[in-house]
Design a protein around this ligand. Structure first.
Ligand code: SF4
Ligand code: MG
Length: 327
């Protein structure tokens, strides 16, 4: 099948008083409908920036400096403000980190959901909107009674499921969920992941899950993308990633996992994540890399495709160039 999502050469720079920080550096990847991608990396590696850039929600002093985010046939970057506003939720939905704590405390869940639909489908009749909202609640295994409840009457897991329900109100082609299970207990985490799994299957969306828990994620996603210092350094199937990680950073991540069960919380690898304002020369990972070579501190590796289709950004490999030329 053709990819439903094509991200090409996406670039984000923050212009701060202390200098320029490239928060997203030439990121390219594709996803098919129904595919689930887990996005991992240390905090500050660019995972949330990537999500925000795809939604065109980067705020100053940050700026999207280039690239395309193509959903179906539409490059989101080419839409005007109103077109982009409509595309959010209907083409591409974003469930931000901590979304469940941002539900309006003084508005019933149903009213919040109806508002979200009304802003996109102003002509749809009230009963149809209400039915749509209740269907969404049903598909995240919430009782229709939640419609009349306030956020404080719901558990954390229920609130997170409400946020997922809001995300799927308009059957988006792409769903991005940023740390959807953080701050939830282990049992609830699994339930939320299973909910995402079910709605994804129901609407055949491409899903991007951003998270730290490689172990939990590995059970629910098809492919894993690893980010480091604003770059996508590896993207492989879960099996490839766990049995034969290619990038030395991926290798360090995998070997830092205690096991492949639920306790596989990523604890970090030795060395500090670099500041985007003062990135090491050449490959930004070179000061921490177990396989560093002389060229690594001077020449920046470019993303390449290895036989089989996985991508890796490292001098150890000699694949086919991924990028069609920088934009
Ligand atoms: Fe390590 Fe060099 Fe590969 Fe960077 S390019 S990850 S320093 S081997
Ligand atoms: Mg984040």
């Amino acid at each position: 099948a053709e990819p439903i999502l094509r991200v090409r050469n996406l670039e984000v720079t923050y212009y701060t008083d202390s200098g320029r920080a490239k928060a997203l550096d030439n990121v390219s990847f594709t996803l098919k409908a129904g595919e689930k991608l887990g996005m991992v990396g240390e905090s500050g590696s660019g995972k949330s920036t990537l999500a925000l850039a795809m939604m065109r929600m980067i705020k100053p002093p940050g700026r999207i400096e280039g690239g395309q985010v193509i959903v179906g046939d539409t490059d989101l970057m080419s839409l005007d403000q109103e077109g982009m506003r409509k595309a959010r939720l209907s083409r591409i939905a974003y469930i931000p980190q901590g979304a469940m704590n941002s539900l309006n405390p003084v508005m019933k869940i149903g009213a919040q959901m109806m508002d979200a639909v009304k802003s996109h489908l102003p002509d749809e009749a009230r009963p149809a909107i209400e039915a749509r909202c209740k269907r969404a609640l049903q598909s995240v295994d919430l009782d229709a009674s939640v419609f009349k409840m306030f956020a404080h009457e719901l558990s954390g897991g229920m609130k997170q499921r409400v946020c997922i329900a809001i995300g799927i109100l308009l059957d988006p082609d792409v769903i991005i969920a940023d740390e959807p299970t953080s701050a939830l207990d282990v049992v609830t985490q699994r339930q939320v992941m299973e909910t995402i799994d079910n709605v994804q299957k129901a609407i055949n969306a491409a899903v991007i899950l951003i998270g730290h828990d490689m172990g939990l994620m590995a059970q629910f996603v098809d492919r894993v993308a690893v980010m480091y210092a604003g770059r996508l350094v590896e993207m492989s199937t879960v099996r490839e990633m766990f049995t034969d990680p290619k990038h030395p950073y991926s290798r360090a991540l995998i070997s830092s996992l205690p096991s492949l069960d639920n306790k596989g919380v990523f604890q970090g690898i030795p060395g500090l994540a670099p500041s985007l304002l003062r990135l090491p020369s050449g490959c930004a990972f070179h000061p921490r890399c177990a396989s560093v070579m002389p060229t690594c501190s001077t020449i920046r590796p470019e993303a390449q495709i290895l036989p089989g289709g996985r991508s890796v950004t490292c001098h150890l490999y000699d694949g086919e160039a991924l990028h069609e030329g920088r934009t």
